[in-house]
Structures are given as structure tokens and as C-alpha cells.
Write a new protein. Structure first.
Length: 212
């Protein structure tokens, strides 16, 4: 049961990460079209569609992608600070989520009246590129462990963590699609629960030397 739901959590993480990148590319194209258009109606249509894509798809997929990544780090042997590639992905995701909430979304709202800007086009292109780089990190897993010469074996979290992650993530995506704006409360609650309860199942972790 644990393996099945853990695999579903990985599937949801991949699905939302790819979706996040695809929607960032979509925003980039829409904003570029609006920026280059001479017709005011075309600019208005492009920015309006970009705003809808952000609220219904990009923002919720970014939230669920970050949440599933945090759960997979906390509730599996990968950990948060054991491997450089995991730590790098975590830092990039947190920066992107912060910029998306406090910079991108307000800027898209302003563009409904002011029109798209070059900074929005560049920003969404950089977002897509950063997610593509995270995908490479997941496949390549470079740079080894944070503390060289030691390998930490952490136990897998309980099944309910993965069940709650999958069901909560799917519910969050559905609500955002219907309501037109993200509903990150389930992810926030789950992240808090995982961080608080993690020591209870990770206390038995073992440290052993890395193989020569």
C-alpha cells in the first residue's frame, strides 16, 4: 500500500511539474503575442487569457508540485538536506512559488489594464527554463551527498501521508479549475503536518559510510 501511494505521489509530482512548465510557456507566448500586437483588442484578449491560465492552471499546479515535492523529500529516504540535487530543487521551487504569488500574479492582474510588458515575457520564460532545469536534476541526480562520505538511510513515512497528498492535490487542482483561482489551503495544511510529524517516523534513521 505504501509503495502504491508513494508511486502515485511521484506521478502527481511529475504531472504537475510538467504542467507548471507548460503553463509558464503558454503565458510566455500569450504575453509575447499581446506585447507585439498593434490591435488593442488582441492585447486585451492575450492578457485576459494569460490571467485565466495563471489562476486556473499555473498557480495551482505550482502549488501542488511544490507540495508533492516536499512530501516526497520528507517522507522518503531522499530527505531535504541529504543530497545536493534535492536541496537545489527545493530552493528553486520555493523561490519560484514566492515570485509567482507575490510578483507574477499581481503583475498579470495589472496587465489587464496596462497591457503586457517585456519583463513579464522574460519572467515567464525564465520560470519555464528553471522548471526544465529541475527536471534535469531529477533525472541526472548530480553532485552527490551534502556531507561527503556519509550515507543517511531514512525510513519511509506512513501510508496516510501519501494518500492525503494525492487526494488533496487532485482536489486542489479541481477546485482551482472550477473557481478560477488557486486554493492552496490543503497543501499548506499538509506541509505543516508533514514538517511537524516527520521526526516521529524519521527518528530511526541510520547513518552508514558511503561505499568506496
Amino acid at each position: 500500500m505504501v509503495k502504491r501511494w508513494r508511486q502515485l505521489t511521484v506521478w502527481l509530482h511529475i504531472l504537475t511539474s510538467v504542467g507548471w512548465m507548460a503553463q509558464a510557456m503558454t503565458l510566455c507566448v500569450l504575453l509575447a503575442v499581446g506585447l507585439a500586437a498593434d490591435d488593442a483588442a488582441v492585447r486585451a484578449a492575450a492578457t485576459s487569457m494569460a490571467h485565466q491560465v495563471d489562476g486556473r492552471l499555473l498557480a495551482p499546479m505550482a502549488g501542488v508540485s511544490a507540495c508533492t515535492g516536499i512530501v516526497l523529500a520528507a517522507a522518503t529516504a531522499w530527505g531535504f538536506f541529504l543530497h545536493w540535487w534535492v536541496l537545489t530543487k527545493f530552493c528553486i521551487s520555493m523561490v519560484q512559488v514566492y515570485l509567482g504569488i507575490f510578483v507574477l500574479s499581481p503583475a498579470l492582474t495589472d496587465s489587464l489594464t496596462a497591457g503586457p510588458s517585456l519583463s513579464l515575457v522574460v519572467g515567464t520564460a525564465l520560470m519555464a527554463g528553471a522548471i526544465a532545469f529541475q527536471g534535469w536534476l531529477s533525472v541526472r541526480k548530480p553532485w552527490g551527498t551534502v556531507r561527503a562520505g556519509r550515507r543517511v538511510v531514512a525510513p519511509t513515512g506512513p501510508p496516510w501521508i501519501f494518500v492525503a497528498t494525492v487526494l488533496g492535490g487532485l482536489a486542489e487542482l479541481t477546485l482551482a479549475l472550477v473557481l478560477g483561482h488557486p486554493m492552496p489551503l490543503p497543501s499548506l495544511i499538509l506541509i505543516i503536518v508533514v514538517v511537524v510529524r516527520r521526526p516521529r517516523w524519521s527518528g530511526s534513521r541510520r547513518v552508514r559510510p558511503a561505499p568506496a
